[in-house]
Ligand binder design. Structure first.
Ligand code: ADP
Ligand code: 5GP
Length: 215
């Protein structure tokens, strides 16, 4: 992948950028903003057994599959990682991620802490893990209610799990508080820029530096 942060184009290793948060803290909103503003990163579209929410598009937000299809994909080793979240199954299909990386893209993952751990086992240093916290528990509930996509019962369930999800904050490289969305988004873009510039990702640097040192 070329390094877009310089007029000199050096090859760079693609990275796997993970956003996790308790449900309602704002990671999907932040992910959408990032995808809209950065042409070098693409979303890994997960498969899920959860029914679609109003407005969600099959193949764009998720691949909506039944449990038999999901189980077959697990058996066939088609997932990079998978987990049960809120009574439904979610998994990251391997093929599209590999294809994106081969095509010189970074890949964005909106997955939970269980998936993040599994992905870290697979990809190690190629992963950048960002955890999003809400400014308060009351605001988290406000956001879930204002999103108006879940029943009262589902919201109660998401709230009751929020604290245990928050407990996984220390398994991440960066932890951001999503108070003001623009400020939080800006921090995410800074993280991505800095991570892209890390020496270990700049494959083209070796040759470039060698040339500079030639007589
Ligand atoms: P998640 O993907 O983490 O479950 P969403 O991105 O769906 O959360 O956000 C939940 C709701 O909160 C949405 O209605 C979204 O517009 C809103 N929201 C997200 N970030 C903020 C913020 N910083 N301030 C106010 N509302 C926000
Ligand atoms: P939602 O139902 O609100 O879209 O997602 C519920 C939770 O599942 C979120 O925390 C989301 O990040 C997580 N999730 C979505 N896709 C995947 C996936 O492929 N793997 C894992 N492990 N978690 C996922």
């Amino acid at each position: 992948m070329a390094n877009q942060n310089s007029s000199i184009q050096l090859d760079r290793r693609g990275l796997l950028f993970v956003l996790s948060s308790p449900s309602g803290a704002g990671k999907s909103t932040l992910a959408r903003k990032l995808l809209a503003s950065d042409q070098y990163i693409s979303l890994s579209v997960s498969a899920t057994t959860r029914p679609p929410r109003t407005g969600e598009i099959d193949g764009k937000d998720y691949h909506f599959v039944d449990i038999d299809t999901f189980n077959t994909m697990v058996t066939n080793g088609e997932f990079l990682e998978w987990a049960e979240v809120f009574g439904h199954y979610y998994g990251t299909p391997k093929g599209p991620v590999e294809a994106l990386l081969e095509n010189g893209k970074d890949v964005l993952f909106d997955i939970d802490w269980q998936g993040t751990q599994q992905l870290f086992q697979e990809a190690g240093n190629d992963i950048v893990r960002v955890f999003i916290l809400p400014p308060s528990i009351a605001e988290l509930e406000n956001r879930l209610r204002s999103r108006a996509t879940d029943s009262n019962e589902v919201i109660k369930d998401r709230m009751s799990r929020a604290k245990s999800e928050i407990g996984h904050w220390d398994g991440y490289d960066y932890v951001l508080i999503n108070d003001d969305i623009e400020t939080c988004f800006e921090k995410i873009t800074h993280i991505l820029t800095a991570e892209r510039l890390k020496r270990m990702r700049q494959k083209g640097l070796i040759g470039f530096a060698r040339k500079l040192m030639e007589n």
